[in-house]
Ligand binder design. Structure first.
Ligand code: AMP
Ligand code: TRP
Length: 322
């Protein structure tokens, strides 16, 4: 089964990324899995060139530390494979302005930025290109990407109807729990690299004491009953969801074991610290060997290009180029 997914190297990786996406990537990885650090997407927001370069390497290290095995799957950097940007132009001539301007993420991000970049609007077209270039069947992502997957399917279907069968129609695959991890301080909004305050998000590289502090200070409610109920108790339900994401147990059965918020928080802190410990250690080890990381992604890019280029050429030809 062909699998593709991507992550933007902007801001430090948090447990929402881990539970919503990376954990699934690791679980399903095989010779048909392609995972990509999407540095071109990161250019849609303000980022210093040096920072982008540094974070691209950080992300490669974090993904390997989380359990991706370059001998099993293909891990690469988006800008190293030219077909992504090339395909994106073709698909910009298939997507419509209307469907792109209706995207929730575009509306949110563009309203926060004066003079926002055109790339913010065309972002889902580049994402569709990423996915379609690999004849992807399944895309493991968090809930916030569902709408982008829908638009990818629409663009692919429209292309196939207009120019003949060219693309496989992909589908999103969401994890059973942790598909939408919320901000610990504002449980009505998702945990986000760019928007969440430092106390609102737990980073993969946080020290144990920071993790404990953030969980202890997480916003809950005052009625005191431990119950999984997103409507009435979003803060507490988020903690149960995170617990479930790390332990595999259902949020309801976790809730049934606790009488007090404090006990739940203490145990959750231990669980998160223990789960992230090995990842953090491995991350620091890998980060000390940038040449080793470069070698992994350069091999990954070669493997990715070999798959993507023929698909790009097929699409270009179908549209009448050459
Ligand atoms: P991004 O950080 O936007 O590049 O997202 C990378 C992956 O993490 C995507 O699959 C997202 O759906 C997922 N993701 C991002 N934030 C969250 C969150 N708060 N909860 C669950 N998944 C998330
Ligand atoms: N837009 C995705 C996000 O912000 C990242 C991404 C880019 C992606 N290309 C992709 C995810 C292709 C899945 C497949 O989370």
């Amino acid at each position: 089964m062909r699998v593709f997914s991507g992550i933007q190297p902007s801001g430090a990786m948090h447990i929402g990324n881990y539970l919503g996406a990376i954990k699934q990537w690791v679980k399903v990885q095989g010779p048909e899995s392609f995972y990509c650090v999407v540095d071109l997407h990161a250019l849609t927001l303000q980022i210093e060139p040096g920072e982008l370069r540094e974070q691209t390497t950080d992300y490669v290290a974090s993904l390997l530390a989380s359990g991706l095995d370059p001998d099993v799957c293909t891990l690469f950097v988006q800008s190293h494979v030219a077909s992504h940007a090339q395909m994106s132009w073709l698909l910009e001539c298939v997507a419509t302005y209307g469907e792109l301007s209706r995207m929730t993420q575009f509306k949110e991000k563009s309203s926060r930025q004066e003079g926002h970049r055109v790339g913010l609007l065309t972002y889902p077209v580049l994402m569709a290109s990423d996915i379609l270039l690999y004849e992807t069947a399944e895309v493991p992502v968090g809930d916030d990407q569902r709408q982008h997957l829908e638009v990818t399917r629409e663009i692919a279907t429209r292309f196939n109807n207009r120019y003949g069968e060219t693309f496989v129609i992909p589908k999103a695959v969401l994890p059973p729990s942790g598909a939408r991890v919320m901000d610990l301080q504002e449980p009505s909004r998702k945990m986000s690299k760019s928007v969440s305050s430092p106390l609102g998000k737990i980073l993969l590289t946080d020290e144990p004491a920071e993790i404990e502090k953030k969980i202890k200070k997480a916003v809950t409610d005052t009625d005191g009953e431990v119950r999984f109920d997103w409507e009435q108790k979003p803060g507490l339900s988020n903690l149960l969801e995170i617990y479930s994401g790390f332990s595999g147990e259902s949020p309801e059965s976790i809730a049934a074991r606790y009488e007090r918020y404090g006990d739940l928080k203490s145990d959750l802190a231990i669980l998160v610290v223990e789960s992230l410990r090995a990842i953090t250690e491995r991350y620091h080890e890998l980060r000390r060997d940038p040449a080793g990381l470069d070698a992994i992604v350069s091999l990954g890019s070669q493997k990715a290009s070999a798959v993507a280029e023929p698909v790009y050429l097929r699409a270009a030809k179908a549209m009448g180029l050459f």
